[in-house]
Design a protein around this ligand. Structure first.
Ligand code: SAH
Length: 265
């Protein structure tokens, strides 16, 4: 008889696409809206809710407005920062009620749902919603690969938070129901894709390198970094590409330090 301890465990089960979609609520002010968002998710087959620094902890109103989606609320982790909540995500989309100064690609809900589900075949993905009063900050939007806008009336563009979650959750469900069984994603030639925090690590080193090689020459660094972030976020980097770029940056930093050492009196 074969020894069960010697048998290979077999491939790990692949999570269903809906289980890869994380709904992230940032800085929510009214716990009732969190409950209503959980209900909106559960009606559409979503269950992965993540709260980022909610202003008030979950209360009776939150559980009442969840109307039976208590399980979604009860298992929602709380993260101190948006970066922490999406660190392992393959794709992060931020929902905005209006256009912002941050120049991000803007998607409508249908294409956003399709893109999320495409990336969900490779790992977790996130759909991020902002505060009731002020939405997402520009810094938070900068962490997103693209923004999503529900084409509401420009003169009255802001939906209630849970209503916005409902629209996107419905689009995700519609897309899932319409989709033919997804073929297994072909292995990428360039190896596994980089996670969000790996790409953020690259950005931090890039910002530091630009300082060290005096790239900005007195100009404000934000504009160049915004453009570089957009470029790299668009290019869907792999782990090995991030490693290559960071290696180049490390050499540039080493040369800059050598040069400044040589030039200093
Ligand atoms: N006064 C805020 C609106 C916040 S509404 C502002 O002007 O930004 C709370 C959240 O619901 C928003 O941060 C956004 O994530 C989502 N939301 C509301 N209306 C939306 C719309 N038309 N399209 C996409 N997301 C929307």
């Amino acid at each position: 008889m074969s020894d069960p301890m010697n048998e290979s465990p077999g491939p790990a089960p692949v999570p269903a696409p809906a289980d890869q979609v994380r709904i992230v609520l940032v800085g929510t002010q009214h716990p009732g809206n969190i409950g209503a968002a959980a209900r909106a998710m559960k009606t559409m087959g979503l269950s992965r809710l993540v709260l980022v620094a909610p202003e008030t902890p979950l209360d009776d109103d939150a559980y009442r407005r969840s109307a039976g989606a208590e399980d979604v609320l009860a298992q929602a982790p709380v993260s101190a920062t948006l970066a922490g909540a999406v660190a392992d995500c393959r794709l992060v989309l931020g929902c905005t009620a209006r256009n912002r100064r941050v120049q991000l690609e803007q998607l409508e809900p249908g294409p956003a749902a399709a893109r999320l589900l495409r990336f969900a075949a490779e790992g977790p993905v996130a759909l991020v919603f902002g505060r009731e009063r002020t939405g997402l900050s520009n810094e938070e939007l900068q962490l997103c690969h693209a923004s999503v806008h529900i084409p509401s009336d420009p003169a009255f563009s802001s939906l209630n938070l849970a209503a916005a979650v409902q629209v996107l959750a419905y689009e995700l469900r519609r897309t899932l129901l319409a989709a033919a069984p997804a073929p297994a994603a072909p292995a990428r030639e360039d190896g596994p894709p980089a996670t969000h925090d790996q790409v953020e690590g690259l950005f931090a080193q890039l910002a530091q390198t630009l300082e060290e090689i005096d790239f900005h020459k007195g100009r404000a660094p934000e504009s160049a970094m915004r453009k570089l972030r957009r470029l790299f976020l668009r290019s869907d980097l792999s782990v090995s590409e991030v490693r290559l770029l960071r290696g180049i940056l490390a050499d540039a930093q080493r040369m800059a330090r050598l040069a400044s050492g040589r030039l200093s009196p």
